[in-house]
Design a protein around this ligand. Structure first.
Ligand SMILES: Cc1cc2nc3c(=O)[nH]c(=O)nc-3n(C[C@H](O)[C@H](O)[C@H](O)COP(=O)(O)OP(=O)(O)OC[C@H]3O[C@@H](n4cnc5c(N)ncnc54)[C@H](O)[C@@H]3O)c2cc1C
Length: 339
């Protein structure tokens, strides 16, 4: 029997440790419970919020509607050939545990995505990526439940419309789709991707194994990123902005040291961290919120209780980047709820 709780405190269920009251809250452990929670929300005409590990959310004080906390567990080998496997992971599985399990089984491809906090179900939502790999490259099928009617279906990677930190699930066309499981195609032959410069430095030898890469990714991340269980944060607070080539050339003329990464023939990715660093924000603390000493893209909640303080502080960063570079920064985590 599904338990629905009213006025539930989400403070311990988000890694930014912001206080937030959910109007209704249900933890779901099976697809049946998930469909039951959706049906209950429809009966109450309540909107639906999905919560995984809460590591990519900025929760405002009050979250109206039904908050469904994804707890579906389990993994299943669906296909196996000499070259690869397809494994189904339920949405509530912890992402880093999934990476460790796959590597230990000899199913390769996830190593570069090690130590990203959160759940399997949230991984396709923002097409998680790190060190030259995005989950989009490994997706065979994303299983979804339609919150409008409870219908179940599977989407191919192409249907998920993945791009940089984006997917169908973030758009108005896909917001009603709740991810219940993800099928990943993983290689049985050792795959090693050390193309990303920081990783290449950490794994310099050519005979590196996937386990070497996994170990290096964990070590590099631990040295560069604050641990959310110690310092409340949501990883990168801003996306790296993508600008057109002409804008990038002007910026390079004005700021010759500015790092730039071509995306395609027409667009260039800029480093949000570099701009924030140049403006002297690293280590600055206001309103109980600070920019991490370790990484200029990471915002730490030191003592703020509410999202309003985080937003007020980070808006100052966005404004200063806009004034100096005429570049607008977009937030990476989703801001939900009302103040
Ligand atoms: C220290 C740190 C480092 C990080 N590093 C990276 C990184 O290297 N790369 C990267 O891409 N991200 C990174 N992140 C961001 C975050 O870990 C990922 O976005 C992660 O996938 C979020 O998972 P979650 O379960 O915590 O999602 P939540 O924060 O709970 O939810 C995020 C969004 O997904 C939606 N959602 C969650 N589950 C489902 C579901 N089952 N179905 C439909 N929608 C769902 C939520 O409604 C919300 O909109 C980092 C975060 C931290 C704190």
């Amino acid at each position: 029997m599904l338990k629905v709780e009213a006025n539930f405190q989400l403070g311990s269920l988000n890694t930014l440790k912001l206080e937030c009251i959910a109007e209704c809250y249900a933890h779901v452990s099976t697809t049946g419970e998930l469909r039951e929670a959706l049906s209950e929300a429809r009966q109450r005409s309540a909107n639906i919020n999905v919560l995984g590990g809460g590591s990519n959310l900025i929760l405002n004080r009050y979250l109206p509607g039904m908050t469904i906390h994804m707890g579906l567990q389990g993994r299943e080998l669906l296909e196996e050939s000499a070259d690869d496997v397809v494994v189904r992971f339920q949405a509530g599985e912890e992402w880093h545990e999934t990476v460790l399990w796959a590597n230990a089984e000899g199913y390769f491809g996830l190593e570069n995505l090690a130590l990203i906090p959160g759940s399997v179900g949230a991984a396709p939502v923002q097409n998680i990526g790190a060190y030259g790999v995005e989950i989009a490259q490994l997706i065979e099928c994303v299983h979804v439940v339609d919150s409008r009617n409870g219908d179940i279906r599977g989407l191919t990677a192409a249907e998920c419309c993945f791009s940089y930190r984006n997917s169908l699930f973030k758009t108005s066309e896909g917001k009603h789709l709740i991810i219940s499981a993800v099928d990943l195609r993983l290689s049985k032959r050792p795959v090693v991707n050390t193309s990303y410069p920081a990783l290449r430095e950490a794994v310099p030898h050519d005979a590196a194994t996937p386990s070497d890469v996994l170990t290096a990714v964990v070590a590099v991340r631990q040295s560069k990123l604050p641990d959310p269980s110690v310092e409340a944060n949501v990883g990168s607070f801003f996306k790296n902005p993508i600008v057109d080539r002409v804008t990038a050339e002007h910026l390079k003329g004005d700021y010759p040291d500015m790092p730039q990464y071509p995306v395609d023939a027409n667009t260039v990715k800029l480093s949000a961290a570099w701009m924030i660093d140049q403006l002297g924000w690293r280590g600055v603390e206001e309103l109980g919120v600070s920019v991490s000493e370790k990484h200029a893209l990471v915002v730490i909640n030191k003592s703020a209780r509410y999202a309003s303080e985080v937003i007020e502080f980070t808006d100052k960063i966005t404004s200063s980047v806009s004034e100096r570079y005429s570049v607008s920064l977009d937030r990476e985590p989703e801001f939900v709820g009302s103040g």
